[in-house]
Write a protein that binds this ligand. Structure first.
Ligand code: HEC
Ligand SMILES: [Cu+2]
Length: 348
């Protein structure tokens, strides 16, 4: 069965049982606004987690209300007052009924929470990958994301493009999570829970957002000094937008003779050891693929906007934006940096 369907069935059963009002809330909160909020789910796994957390909140909130209510009642009702303030109240010991009640009821509550949670975890983890799914390999690096689309022959960084899924034509994206160095964690709260990227231990997760737009997230596992600047941008495109994006990514790098000077600087420096520009001798894989650098809104995994001024400052010294970044300041002359920026600016 298709994953979205199975989860929906489960959800509708849950709703019919006990959550008729709560299920309406995420629908209202849904939307393409870029927020790292867990309260605005926009993809099936995120919806499931959101509904589960409301269910847990409902139960624990009721326990709190009952306990705090009884406590308040007892404090007020039996406060010391009048003539018998001096006397101790009657002491009661060993009530089997009370003991049983406060053992059995919490056990039942914990069992219900456990089963509901386990059921949602399995429903998300075991969802079979449909044929229409898009596969993306996500590789965590200190301190940026590499995205590979093996079926489409695309490699990019930090900004993930995926097609919007529709009820009629579900197009979930399956992420295969790997790491090039240390532990990282992929977390876009509106789309799914966190999943770690662990060296030598491939993990998986999937997303099926329906509303096109930008969704933001970040690395959620401390991975080194620049961990906080390891941001993720997920662009959910309409099918047409996605196709034209993919088509552009599959092209070789633009070869603009006006930027020849910059290209020569790039190819004569160590840049080529760390960066790939498809269609040129640059085949490095230590840093982000720069073939279509201009198709990205940010540089340095969200550390700065992708503008000529920021590119200039970045090449002069990446530490301006990201002090622990693993790209060295290349000690180039101002003219060389200007030429490099002119070249990189042609890489659409
Ligand atoms: C030792 C390897 C290394 C060398 C040499 C190197 N870079 Fe980088 N570069 C990186 C890494 C790693 C990153 C990602 C840093 C981060 O985001 O934390 C990066 C990021 C970049 C970015 C931002 C890309 C993006 O999408 O975020 C640009 C632009 C860039 N490098 C240009 C250059 C240029 C131009 C040169 C040569 C003058 C160069 N790099 C030399 C490793 C290198
Ligand atoms: Cu990280």
């Amino acid at each position: 069965m298709q994953p979205g369907r199975r989860l929906c069935l489960f959800r509708s059963r849950l709703c019919a049982l006990c959550l008729p009002c709560l299920c309406a809330v995420p629908a209202l909160a849904q939307g393409p606004q870029a927020t790292p909020s867990i309260l605005a789910p926009a993809s099936t796994p995120a919806h499931e987690i959101y509904n589960l957390s409301l269910f847990v909140l409902l139960i624990t909130g009721s326990i709190f209300a009952v306990v705090a209510g009884l406590l308040a009642y007892v404090v007020v009702r039996f406060r010391a007052r009048g003539p018998d303030a001096e006397h101790e109240p009657p002491q009661i010991y060993g009530s089997t009924q009370v003991e049983l009640a406060w053992t059995v009821i919490p056990v039942l509550i914990v069992v219900v929470l456990f089963l509901t949670t386990a059921r949602i975890i399995f429903a998300i983890q075991d969802a079979p990958e449909p044929k229409s799914a898009l596969d993306v390999t996500v590789i965590g690096h200190q301190f940026w994301w590499e995205f590979r689309y093996p079926k489409l022959n695309i490699v990019t960084a930090n900004e993930l493009h995926i097609p919007a899924s529709t009820r009629g034509a579900p197009e979930p994206t399956y992420l295969h999570l790997l790491s090039a160095d240390v532990d990282h964690s992929f977390w876009v709260p509106q789309l799914a829970g966190k999943t770690d990227l662990i060296p030598n231990h491939p993990n998986e997760m999937w997303l099926d957002p329906r509303a096109p737009g930008l969704y933001v997230g970040q690395c959620a596992q401390f991975c080194g000094v620049e961990h906080a600047k390891m941001l993720i941008r997920v662009y959910v495109d309409t099918p047409q937008q996605f196709d034209s994006w993919a088509e552009n990514q599959q092209r070789l790098a633009v070869d603009d003779s006006a930027a020849l000077a910059g290209r020569e600087v790039f190819e004569s420096q160590a840049c080529v050891n760390c960066h790939t520009i498809v269609g040129t001798p640059a085949h490095g894989t230590f840093g982000p693929d720069l073939t279509h650098l201009m198709s990205r809104a940010t540089i340095g995994a969200g550390a700065a906007a992708n503008t000529p001024e920021n590119l200039h400052a970045w090449i002069e010294d990446p530490g301006t934006f990201k002090p622990g970044a693993l790209m060295p300041a290349m000690q180039l002359s101002n003219q060389q940096v200007n030429e490099l920026v002119a070249y990189l600016s042609t890489l659409h």
